[in-house]
Design a protein around this ligand. Structure first.
Ligand code: CA
Length: 527
């Protein structure tokens, strides 16, 4: 039996043994467990006021919440794509444990044995519900929730797509064209931005927030775990005009980019930067860079406004004093840094994520409450959310999940802490972040090393510098030794997809076939 199998077995047993204790947690208000409000903001990088990633970001509500919580300034995602990151957060299993590495896997076919975060709460006498994107799109998990909006099988409300309201829209052909960004071959069609002449209330996120706010107004006879998935600033950056007006186009400041930044990285890393077509070149040619940055800032401002409505609802409710609030983004984003757009890479601007946690006084696992209004600079991972909530709510610790409870940091944000963040990209490609360094290793054996004491944008790759050999050796030890295999699932890959390599051999085979993803899909991902 492999170690991981054993741990899972042990975890299942522990959970089963814990069941008879449930009656206690339900009885009386005296021992009532804290509620949890769990808020995800999709594809949000550090362009928020509390993280200072962009000088023009307008996020008054996140700023307000940072004053009421511990703001983790160095929180990193388990993986820089939605599916593996969200799966890791919700199942508690890191990608290298579960084998869920890619958006091109249906995680439910890969992970057979797990207790989702919501199910863990349900097993402990909680009512679990939510609205909006928490799991990756259609890959929903009804065992996680007692109820979900819009439904247990469709977790996201319909998006407002202006194309659907155009005179020439043909639903038979699902006619859809981008508005601002000219399409190029294999472009992800949501890679687009435009202001909308509509009211906030027509936006899907507004409706998700409305549903969760209604839950907060209800009388609950059990403690609750309420999740709200805010979809912006995920593309398309279609948000009401007033958010665009906050960032006049001629004043928009572009991210800092170093010319020839990619000269000191390997071919493999340059391929990652240009994944799925050279997005940066296409954006430049179309003259869309400032408009895209405006669209992202506007979408963040919109998401912040929606988040603020949720905070207001909590403050108005009778649960404001006994509800833990967690806000997280599944990963960051790049808008031209390193000539790269979107996520899908192992750099700081992509792996750095939002994480703020507020635990009120009287919380079972932290009676004095979190040290609110402080920033915590320790390196943590979103993988830590699950064990942290288990610990905060006084639930029995689980041995079948990865990550570390950050409760010691909620108590004292300067506490000693030595848990470097591990991120995985595709298969066999890892990045390790400590307070000082980022070290990444790729499927071809190439490496990157950045010193964050003097290089926060990761411009100078030190991996080849012999002075850092010892640092590299030390960081290398943190790379998972026996990562779970990457298993394909019944998901059918499309021609514009860039499937992960399941082995070095696949990678070299791809190189020898002119980096042709179609070849890769036909040979290794057939259906
Ligand atoms: Ca560089």
């Amino acid at each position: 039996m492999k170690r991981r199998d054993f741990l899972r077995f042990a975890g299942t047993t522990a959970a089963a043994l814990a069941l008879p204790g449930l009656a206690e947690t339900r009885g009386g208000d005296n021992g009532r467990k804290p509620n949890v409000l769990f808020i995800s903001i999709d594809d949000l990088n550090d362009w928020i006021e509390p993280l200072g990633g962009h000088p023009q970001a307008r996020t008054p509500n996140l700023k307000r919440f940072a004053q009421q919580s511990v703001n983790f300034t160095h929180a990193y995602c388990p993986s820089p794509s939605c599916c593996p990151s969200r799966t890791a957060i919700m199942t508690g299993q890191a990608p290298y444990t579960s084998g869920v590495y890619s958006n091109y896997q249906d995680w439910r076919e890969v992970i057979k044995d797990y207790t989702s975060l919501g199910k863990c709460f349900r097993q402990n006498g909680y009512y679990s519900a939510g609205a909006g994107k928490i799991y990756h799109y259609h890959m929903v998990d009804p065992s996680c929730w007692d109820e979900y909006w819009p439904s247990q099988t469709k977790n996201m409300p319909d998006e407002y797509l202006p194309q659907k309201h155009a005179a020439n829209y043909d639903p038979e052909k699902d006619f859809y064209k981008t508005i601002s960004m000219p399409e190029f071959e294999n472009m992800y069609k949501m890679f687009d931005w435009a202001s909308l002449d509509i009211d906030d209330s027509l936006m899907g996120d507004h409706q998700s927030v409305e549903q969760v706010s209604k839950q907060l107004m209800k009388d609950h006879d059990k403690p609750f775990f309420l999740a709200c998935g805010i979809y912006r600033p995920h593309v398309p950056w279609y948000v009401p005009e007033k958010y665009y007006d906050m960032f006049p186009l001629d004043s928009v400041r572009l991210p800092r980019v170093l010319e020839n930044d990619l000269d000191d990285v390997s071919d493999r890393v340059r391929d990652i930067a240009r994944r799925g077509g050279d997005y940066h070149q296409h954006v430049l040619e179309a003259g869309q860079w400032p408009k895209a940055v405006q669209g992202y800032l506007a979408s963040i401002a919109f998401a912040d406004a929606m988040f603020g409505r949720l905070l207001d609802a909590l403050e108005r409710s009778k649960y404001s004093e006994n509800t833990i609030v967690v806000v997280w983004s599944d990963h960051g984003w790049q808008l031209g840094e390193k000539q790269h757009w979107r996520k899908f890479a192992l750099w700081e601007n992509i792996l750095r994520s939002v994480l703020m946690i507020k635990a009120p006084k009287g919380t079972a696992g932290l009676p004095e409450g979190s040290k609110d209004g402080t920033g915590c600079d320790r390196v943590v991972s979103l993988q830590d959310i699950y064990p942290t909530l288990v610990s905060l709510c006084g639930l029995e610790a689980r041995s079948d999940i990865d990550g570390n409870s950050v409760v010691p940091l909620l108590r004292n944000p300067k506490a000693e802490w030595d848990h470097p963040a591990v991120a995985t990209y595709d298969f066999g490609e890892f990045s390790i972040r400590t307070e000082r360094f980022r070290y990444s290793v790729y499927i071809d054996g190439s490496e990157e090393l950045y010193d964050h004491a003097k290089d926060s944008e990761e411009w100078t790759n030190l991996a080849a510098d012999p002075k850092y050999a010892r640092v590299k050796r030390r960081l290398k030890k943190r790379i998972p030794k026996e990562p779970a295999e990457l298993a394909p699932t019944s998901m059918k890959l499309m021609p514009h997809h860039c499937p992960p390599f399941r082995s070095r051999q696949e990678y070299f085979d791809w190189l020898n076939h002119g980096k042709d993803y179609k070849y890769l899909i036909e040979k290794y991902w057939p259906h």
